[in-house]
Write a protein that binds this ligand. Structure first.
Ligand code: URP
Ligand code: ZN
Ligand code: ZN
Length: 467
């Protein structure tokens, strides 16, 4: 199977250039300047020719933070590997990295087995795993080695959620030391969960039960404090650190300061923190529950700093933290008690389009759009140059993007298995037109042409920013 993509503007992290692309089998075979005439030769015998005139040709998105079928708050996130990866493809994301959950008292390797069972034969695009390390003991620390050998070399820990995933500073110190020794990455959910739980108890005792109090009881100071503490623990141990879903400008300041000293600290933010705000959590009639996630949405004033961080690389990745729960029956578990609302929001389908609005508004450049949504995530988690770029030898994960199309985001038209859109009615400029995943056209002009089982597990190399 060979495909020629002609006359598009190929955008990578390093620039935007009119380029023709030859795909052969699952890989990119060659790139050529349109005036070289090479594409005229390629089309002879090609199985398919895609005219990309007026379109961007970008590497498929790499979303390194999803939660499919994740157990949380007495229920499960509502997208499966089938529905979640199909929605990802619709949005131009051709690789996801999902979090396998180690329940307390069980082994890391059994968590990994469980996640392989969920994903095997179900995924429409390629996928890898991180592990949620919720039980630190001699046995699990030892097991981290075997996980790295199995292609899973990043371990998420939680300074939040006491009694569920919470890790003490001592646990974190031990896991970081191990990660340092075996070339693994610790990913941190940085919120001070002990203090937050106290604030939650006080709010509920005072009858403050509405969704907005989820935000009020998780103040930015407690994200900044935990971020700072995680950075200090990483420094003491000499371990690299990746802060997940950073939402607050004070937390970003801690990351910026650490990076300025040369410490291997990295951070991601998510579209919800760039486009939504605490006002959404305060929507009437329990609608705010749709926006409950942790860390919470922040006052809009934080957004300018997050965009600044994306420009200066203090924030180097945008992932979705896709963790959808339906409003009916799932979010509704928390009517009358915000602490029982399952934490998480849908978003895997909209990341590329939303970040493209950053280009439209002049917040980021076209190459930076590709860099933070595809190239850096691939490098950060050991997938580059197989993923994250368009170059000879790379997997042919390619998105043809129409920058002038106008679309309105809505539950009526999205493909995520969730009964609401966090961006209902939002009009965006730009739309995915065609998606190629490992040389197969899986989506074209509004028709899904892929199949479950096409997506393969990706065993990953260590983070490619460490020396
Ligand atoms: O609220 C969130 N973010 N839910 C998913 C779990 C996590 O902490 O990432
Ligand atoms: Zn988290
Ligand atoms: Zn998450």
């Amino acid at each position: 199977m060979s495909i020629v993509i002609r006359d598009g503007l190929v955008i990578t992290a390093t620039g935007a250039t009119p380029t023709d692309v030859l795909v052969s089998g699952e890989r990119v075979a060659a790139l050529a300047s349109p005036d070289s005439g090479l594409a005229d030769r390629w089309v002879t015998g090609a199985d398919q020719v895609i005219d990309a005139t007026g379109r961007y040709v970008i590497p498929g998105g790499v979303d390194v933070h999803t939660h499919l079928e994740m157990p949380f708050g007495g229920t499960f996130s509502s997208d499966t590997f089938e529905t979640g990866t199909i929605a990802a493809a619709w949005g131009g994301t051709t690789t996801i990295i999902d979090f396998a959950v180690q329940p307390k008292g069980s082994s890391l390797l059994s968590a990994l087995d469980r996640w392989h069972e969920k994903a095997d034969g179900q995924a429409a695009v390629d996928y890898g795993f991180h592990l949620i390390l919720s039980d630190v003991n001699d046995a699990t620390l030892k097991e981290m080695d075997a996980c790295v050998d199995a292609g899973v070399n990043s371990f998420k820990m939680f300074m939040a959620y006491p009694g569920v995933f919470y890790a003490t500073d001592g646990d974190i110190l031990r896991a970081m030391s191990r990660a340092r020794d075996i070339g693994a990455m610790v990913m941190m959910h940085a919120e001070n969960g002990i203090a937050i739980d106290q604030l939650v108890t006080e709010a509920l005792a005072e009858g403050r039960t509405e969704p907005v109090h989820h935000g009020v009881t998780r103040p930015t100071e407690l994200e900044a404090e935990a971020t700072h503490r995680a950075i200090a623990l990483a420094k003491v141990t000499g371990s690299p650190l990746y802060i997940v879903h950073l939402s607050a400008s004070e937390a970003l300041s801690a990351v910026t300061a650490a990076r300025d000293t040369g410490q291997n600290v990295f951070a991601e933010t998510c579209p919800q923190y760039l486009f939504l705000s605490l006002d959404d959590l305060d929507r009437p009639d329990f609608e705010g529950a749709k926006y409950v996630a942790s860390p919470p949405l922040r006052p809009r004033s934080h957004q300018a700093e997050l965009w600044r961080g994306l420009r200066t690389n203090d924030l180097s990745v945008v992932s979705t933290d896709h963790c959808p729960f339906c409003f009916k029956e799932q979010k509704e578990l928390g009517r009358g008690d915000f602490s029982k609302i399952p934490n998480g929001m849908p978003g895997v389908e909209h990341r590329m389009d939303l970040l493209h609005q950053g280009v439209v508004r002049g917040e980021i450049s076209l190459p930076r759009w590709v860099e933070i949504t595809s190239t850096t995530p691939a490098r950060m988690f050991g997938l580059y140059p197989r993923k994250g770029t368009i170059g000879p030898g790379s997997d042919a994960d390619i998105v043809i993007y129409d920058p002038r199309a106008v679309q309105t985001l809505s539950v009526q038209t999205h493909h995520m298995n969730v009964d609401y859109s966090a961006y209902e009615g939002l009009q965006v400029l730009g739309r995915v037109e065609t998606v190629v995943s490992r040389g197969q056209v899986v989506l074209d002009r509004g028709s899904f042409l892929g199949r479950t089982g096409h997506g393969r597990f990706l065993a990953r190399e260590p983070c490619q920013y460490l020396h």
